[in-house]
Design a protein around this ligand. Sequence first.
Ligand SMILES: CC(C)(COP(=O)(O)OP(=O)(O)OC[C@H]1O[C@@H](n2cnc3c(N)ncnc32)[C@H](O)[C@@H]1OP(=O)(O)O)[C@@H](O)C(=O)NCCC(=O)NCCS
Length: 181
Amino acid sequence: MIKKDGFKKVRLEKLFVSSPNTANSLLTMYGEEVTECISKNKNYQFFFSQTKTFDLIELEQLLQAVGWSRRPLRRVRKALDNSLLKVGLWQHDTRFPRLVGFARCTGDGIIDATVWDVAIHPVYQKLGLGKNLMSYILFNLKKMGISKVTLFADPGVVSFYKSQGWILEPKGNKCAFWYAN
Ligand SMILES: CC(C)(COP(=O)(O)OP(=O)(O)OC[C@H]1O[C@@H](n2cnc3c(N)ncnc32)[C@H](O)[C@@H]1OP(=O)(O)O)[C@@H](O)C(=O)NCCC(=O)NCCS
């Protein structure tokens, strides 16, 4: 189920030798864990970051671009602070990197995690980024030792997850929801 392809840790040591400026700028922009995300469009470079600070307005714009409703920014900030893992996918630009993908996970950090808010900007869909984002998330959760990951798929994306090995709750009789309103 977990595929490790589709992304690669940037070899900073090597990059430092060949181009210290590039290595430094990647580190400064995306943090120590900077990881390249491979896509079908070779004209762009994409990087995952778990530490680059989100501009909340840019993040909400991304989530609205995929059709989700607006949420109060203060609550979004708290949700991010309380998340186990939050991943931004950036289209690289030395001056203005653009947030084109996002996902976050909640959980106990030991046994269980749940993935939320998986989104790739419509302009960048169908390039393999969504699949690689999921692969990157599962790789990092596995690194934490987490053995069970759940998510709630919108009906239109069930086959997206199924094709990556996610198993559907077969009879719909184990899952329960409670909504405050
Ligand atoms: C779902 C989403 C994340 C997929 O991202 P993406 O970058 O377009 O996906 P990829 O290019 O990595 O696609 C990987 C594979 O899944 C397929 N796929 C992509 N979107 C799909 C969908 N909605 N339904 C079924 N299959 C899909 C692709 O055709 C591709 O197949 P292939 O490997 O045989 O070529 C993106 O469409 C999105 O953000 N949608 C809106 C938000 C959303 O619904 N998020 C999920 C909430 S549960």
